[in-house]
Design a protein around this ligand. Sequence first.
Ligand SMILES: [Zn+2]
Length: 294
Amino acid sequence: MNRSCPNKSCAFPLFIIRDGTFRRGEDSKMIQRFRCKTCGQRFSHATFSEFYRQKKRRINTPLLKLLASGVSQRRAAILLNVNRRTVERKFPLLARRSRNLNESYLRKFRGRIFNLQLDDLITKENSKLKPLSVSIAVDEDRRLILGAEVSQIPAFGRLSKLAIKKYGYREDQQLQGLTRLFQRLIPMVSPEVLIKSDEHQRYPGFISAYLPKSKHKQFKSERGCIAGQGELKKVQFDPLFIVNHTCAMLRANVNRLMRKTWCTTKDPRRLKDHLDIFIYFYNQELLRKTLTPI
Ligand SMILES: [Zn+2]
């Protein structure tokens, strides 16, 4: 029993004894209670759970699977027979759990990643006038998603003038997003990693700053075809196939990233949460069941 007294000001927090059990009404499980012999504080196994005081624990796993399979939050609520606010509240919690599980899973591959592919996927916050960029890093050999960071960028092309008129100046935070991504990557990849990417202007600077011993190959980007939601390319051989296929998987399975969808991101933090849920499901469920994820 490696539990200790949750009372922060307790003098001997390890001096605890068993103190009966109770049946948790919500999922009919027997839960052990404890009592601290020093300060008298009573607590149980449930006190330390991530899902402490949660109702509807039964839907946690099916909800995660639905959210990683292209189902919207509202539809997931209907399918699981709960209120949509329940789904909304559980969302950040499931994301935090997925992040933790994913981090400990990826720790196994530390320093053993030799081929990396990088790309940026563009999506939007409510309106095309407020675009978001998702920077993604994928392990080419195992197809694992190593990281995805969301950053806001100003509208570009024909929409830029209208965007400034309607929403004012929008700060470009892609540099911060790429910084977060590279800081995550440094401990994971081998220093002599081979990095493949498109001709994105910002990658070379980051790669030489964070991974000075690595090799970087850039490829001209090709026109997309319909099947992969614009991510899979109309060419015989695509050197960036792995990362493009991963982006296509994101578009197909994270509802808010689909093209021509009713669902959009209202808060960039929730997009990051949704990506973390999908990355956990992809790395640890889909890739384990099939070698080629579809
Ligand atoms: Zn105590």
